[in-house]
Design a protein. Sequence first.
Length: 250
Amino acid sequence: MTSNSSIAVKFDNVFKSYIIKGFLKNKTTRALNGVSFKVHKKEIVGLFGLNGAGKTTIIKLICGLLTLDSGAVEVFENPINLKSVEYKKLIGYVPELPYFYPFSTAKDTLNFYYSLSSGGFKNNEKSEEVLNLVGLYDRKDDKIKNFSKGMMQRLAIACSLVHDPELLVYDEPTSGLDPISIREIRNIMLGLKEKGKTVILSSHSVSEAEKICDRVIILHKGEIKKIINKEDWADCELEKIFIDTVAYGD
Ligand SMILES: Nc1ncnc2c1ncn2[C@@H]1O[C@H](COP(=O)(O)OP(=O)(O)OP(=O)(O)O)[C@@H](O)[C@H]1O
Ligand SMILES: [Mg+2]
């Protein structure tokens, strides 16, 4: 299902609106307005934009959690397929606000996520391996209700990896974490790239994006304003490019 093409994700002129139901009439908000881009295999690509720019909408479309109005989205040359377990197995996803059953342990949670992609089987070994990777091995038998925000975020990353997907899609993976956790999560993402995985992440942190992304897509009000390669922000600070792009429409 992963195809021989070098492209991991392709958006082709994607439009997406949300309908907000009102008492007398509905209102439509356009979140994406003709978005086209490609992400190559083994790249780390950052989605960058102000609040409401459309980052989460793009991420949810990739994961098959939303349907688009028009255009096309492909993951490893497969069109979005909400019903296909094979499609979902390609992707590991960390949502903006991860939520877990509070009375479950970390290890049971990982076994549950593993079972979703394996037809109901659990895998203690794999669950422990990913808990170790995110630094939660010592807490594997603790209930999630006792976890801190940072620990929940690490658990969410572990859940995204337990079925060994080819594409990781992270919605603000380091938001609200301490500097050491941020560095550890950054290293996990760089390690994934070394293993040949593709990573797409959304972020508000310019310094974060500068450190790990091969390319950054700047989104503004549902449109792509700029796609920049790592080489192109070596001399010029990414923060300046970003602010010039979204504030002055450069
Ligand atoms: N469930 C929803 N119902 C209605 N409108 C929505 C919904 N989700 C998003 N939107 C709208 O779509 C637009 C894009 O939202 P989106 O969540 O994709 O932005 P974002 O870039 O992820 O923002 P943030 O940085 O705040 O997370 C916004 O105008 C938002 O109000
Ligand atoms: Mg968002």
